[in-house]
Write a protein that binds this ligand. Structure first.
Ligand code: HEC
Length: 100
């Protein structure tokens, strides 16, 4: 398993699917994430914070978010403290870019 896939599996997959038509879990589906505006997936009940942040998800914004979710989107419902290693953040961001 590649590093990004492995980190996604250990850090994110408990709450997110990245598969096409994957289930909504505690978090929204992340398939085809890049280019999507934060808080915009129909049918998911986002925090007001995520919707009003209105950031476009890309490699950079995603890495900033998962470094410190509460700093990047103050008030987010995502109960995740952050991924400490920049290398791991980059690997996860690359993995998600390939899920489209
Ligand atoms: C314990 C559950 C949990 C974990 C672990 C988790 N998330 Fe989340 N995630 C959520 C929830 C809940 C939301 C919705 C947040 C909101 O509305 O404020 C969310 C939102 C997001 C969003 C915004 C999506 C959108 O449609 O705007 C992204 C991107 C994201 N998470 C990526 C990740 C990544 C990458 C990881 C692993 C490094 C991760 N999450 C780990 C629960 C989780």
């Amino acid at each position: 398993m590649q590093q990004g896939e492995a980190r996604f599996a250990s850090e994110c997959a408990v709450c997110h699917s990245a598969k096409a038509d994957g289930p909504t879990m505690m978090g929204p589906n992340l398939h085809g994430l890049y280019g999507r505006t934060s808080g915009s997936l129909a049918g998911f009940s986002y925090s007001q914070a995520m919707k009003t942040r209105a950031v476009e998800w890309q490699m950079d914004s995603l890495q900033q978010f998962i470094a410190q979710p509460q700093a990047f989107v103050p008030g987010t419902y995502m109960p995740y403290v952050g991924l400490a290693s920049a290398d791991d953040r980059h690997a996860v961001a690359c993995f998600l870019g390939a899920q489209k």
